[in-house]
Design a protein around this ligand. Structure first.
Ligand SMILES: [Zn+2]
Length: 338
């Protein structure tokens, strides 16, 4: 592995365009109404038809973006199925609608399917109670807690209902016209993301776990704030560090690139640096304090959610490493150096 990353020499597809990345792999991009303003979606060419990979959020805009893409794909062959990599709304949101439009099955890993089903099941009150409880635990101020209390099940506003899905087992291989894509499941950015590797051609669709510029959000779930998800992500990055430079990394956002090993090392250093900042900051840190240290700028309601859950993931990992210990006072969790 060298220290270099380099983007694939290709222009990202514009609205409604489809770009060929390999003989069996086609790339298109949907716009998103978030700060991260796009998602990369893919179609794999199989003997049975197109296998789509990921779906966008459940909005009118996704519907019209899909109709432009489906028209082009279906002019060549029919749709055979829909693979959903993980439960985040930009990936799973439109899956149910897309399955209905194309009359095809959805393929998902068990862990991400369970997560999607669970988040869809919460009533507005349950979702608000879980968020509110977590924010008290995080030591975030009353204003913040008040905001959270007023919110509904936000996940449901972005994700449509899912039909029964076909569960993909570890080791499964999706066979295409010219390739064999083996699935892998990893935890960190989400609890069991499915990604696809074609070993013979050294192609890796890493989706959200290995992006060339952005550090994927590594966050605890609001209902499970003590879980050490950063340990899971370090485990993944250490494996990716072994990838040699000939592998083309094809991510769910941004652009395809070479140098996945170098990128994995950068991300390890990024998180180590954040852990050090928190350790240097001293004692009796709440999750809210840690958030202010790692994200020292004004955050809106939505950003507070990501930032606080990511700060907590780092605090939890310091506990795993025996560098910090947890102490609970009046429902607020404090972290102090060991
Ligand atoms: Zn994601």
């Amino acid at each position: 592995m060298s220290n270099d990353m380099s983007p694939l020499d290709i222009i990202a597809p514009r609205d409604g365009e489809i770009r060929k990345l390999a003989d069996d792999l086609f790339w298109f991009r949907f716009s998103l109404p978030f700060r991260l303003n796009h998602i990369n979606l893919f179609a794999l060419d199989t003997m049975d038809g197109w296998l789509l990979l990921d779906c966008g959020i459940n909005t009118e805009s996704s519907a019209s973006q899909w109709s432009a893409i489906l028209a082009q794909l279906e002019a060549k062959k029919s749709i055979a199925g829909i693979i959903v990599s993980h439960h985040h709304p930009d990936h799973v949101g439109y899956a149910g609608a897309l399955a209905a439009i194309t009359s095809t099955p959805i393929f998902m890993g068990a862990r991400e399917y369970e997560e999607t089903a669970l988040l869809l099941r919460y009533s507005d009150k349950e979702a608000a109670d879980i968020g509110n409880g977590a924010y008290v635990n995080f030591g975030l101020g009353d204003i913040c807690v008040g905001h959270r209390r007023n919110r509904s099940n936000y996940f449901r506003t972005l994700v449509g209902d899912l039909p029964e899905v076909l569960i993909v087992e570890p080791g499964h291989v999706f066979t295409t016209t010219v390739g064999a894509w083996e699935v892998r499941f990893d935890a960190g950015h989400s609890p069991g993301q499915m990604s696809l590797m074609d070993h013979a051609r050294q192609l890796y669709i890493g989706v959200d776990f290995l992006l060339p510029r952005i550090s994927p959000n590594i966050s605890v779930a609001l209902r499970d704030p003590d879980h050490d998800v950063l340990a899971n992500y370090f485990f993944y990055l250490e494996e990716m560090q072994k990838l040699d430079d000939d592998w083309l990394i094809i991510p769910g956002h941004e652009w395809p690139f070479y140098g996945g090993g170098a990128r994995a090392l950068q991300l390890i250093k990024h998180h180590e640096n954040r852990l050090k900042k928190l350790l240097d900051a001293g004692s009796e840190l709440t999750t809210g304090d840690a958030m202010a240290i790692l994200f020292p700028f004004e955050l809106n309601d939505h950003e507070i959610y990501f930032a606080s859950c990511e700060a907590r993931a780092h605090l939890n990992h310091l506990v795993t490493r025996n560098k910090m210990e947890r102490l609970i006072k009046n429902g607020v969790v404090f972290f102090s150096k060991q």
